[in-house]
Design a protein around this ligand. Structure first.
Ligand SMILES: O=C[C@H](O)COP(=O)(O)O
Ligand SMILES: CC(=O)C(=O)O
Length: 214
């Protein structure tokens, strides 16, 4: 479960910057650049060999940001990222074993869902905040509205990722049950390759401005 305070902070920020990392030495500079641009929540994916070291570096830096981890595919990964200091975690899919492991170590965790059946399993396992992935490919806002209609009375909150960008992010944020959105377009690969941290801050600030403009 996500504590109310964390949900409030995610909602206030409106956007989570997702990224994968090849070089753990770039982890803290990326996080600092995002923070300087006004983005105070990240989702570092566990898809590369450098990911755990990068996570530890960001947590050790004790930045004023919510450190989330993505691509949690096993119960062991939920335990490991909690031990490293992660604030929350998410996954592309719905795995009750991972939900249970995260709950046991008190790690706020949102499983990924893209269908009513997956959503029902998430609900049965105590989740009320779920990742909607892959949002655009699954059918976008129209699909989310239709899929979510039977569960409206349960006050499920959705975190859409997958195909979001500067053009469609505001539409998602207008949905009443979407407190926060995310995506990998924010951490542009060329900026990271060139270690253009000022450029990344400027890009993050543009995204942040869009959130504020609504
Ligand atoms: O969890 C991260 C997802 O891969 C984000 O999807 P995206 O790359 O389409 O923004
Ligand atoms: C794609 C996604 O949801 C994840 O990697 O956590």
């Amino acid at each position: 479960m996500f504590p109310a305070k964390m949900m409030q902070r995610l909602e206030k920020g409106g956007v989570v910057a997702g990224f994968s990392i090849e070089n753990s030495e770039q982890a803290v500079p990326i996080a600092k650049a995002l923070l300087a641009g006004g983005i105070d929540a990240i989702e570092l994916t566990l898809r590369t060999p450098a990911a755990m070291e990068a996570l530890k570096a960001i947590c050790d830096a004790k930045l004023d940001m919510l450190v989330g981890v993505g691509t949690i595919l096993t119960p062991g990964q939920a335990v490991a990222v909690k031990a490293a200091g992660a604030d929350f975690a998410v996954a592309p899919g719905m795995n009750p074993r991972v939900i249970k492991a995260a709950a046991e170590v008190d790690l706020p965790f949102a499983p990924g869902i893209a269908s009513p059946s997956e959503l029902e399993i998430a609900i049965e396992n105590g989740c009320r905040f779920v990742k909607f992935f892959p949002a655009e490919a699954a059918g976008g806002i129209k699909y989310l509205r239709s899929m979510g209609a039977p569960y409206k009375h349960l006050d499920i909150q959705y975190f859409p990722l997958g195909g979001l960008n500067a053009e469609n992010m505001s539409d998602y944020l207008k949905e009443p049950n979407v407190p926060v959105i995310g995506g990998s377009w924010i951490v542009k690969k060329d900026l990271v390759e060139n270690e253009d941290w000022a450029g990344l801050t400027a890009h993050a600030a543009e995204v942040r401005k869009r959130v504020e403009e609504g």
